[in-house]
Design a protein around this ligand. Sequence first.
Ligand SMILES: [Zn+2]
Length: 49
Amino acid sequence: MRHNLIDPYTPERGYYECRGCTHREASEDRLTACSICGADVRNLAVPRE
Ligand SMILES: [Zn+2]
């Protein structure tokens, strides 16, 4: 169990993917619309790759 020890101050950094243009963006703020095309974005889990 080491999944919360890597990034102690950003336990849930927002990582978003646009439904329109598939642009991906990491943001520390909550993102509700794509900064490229303005479409809806969905929140992705923090990727581990
Ligand atoms: Zn977009």
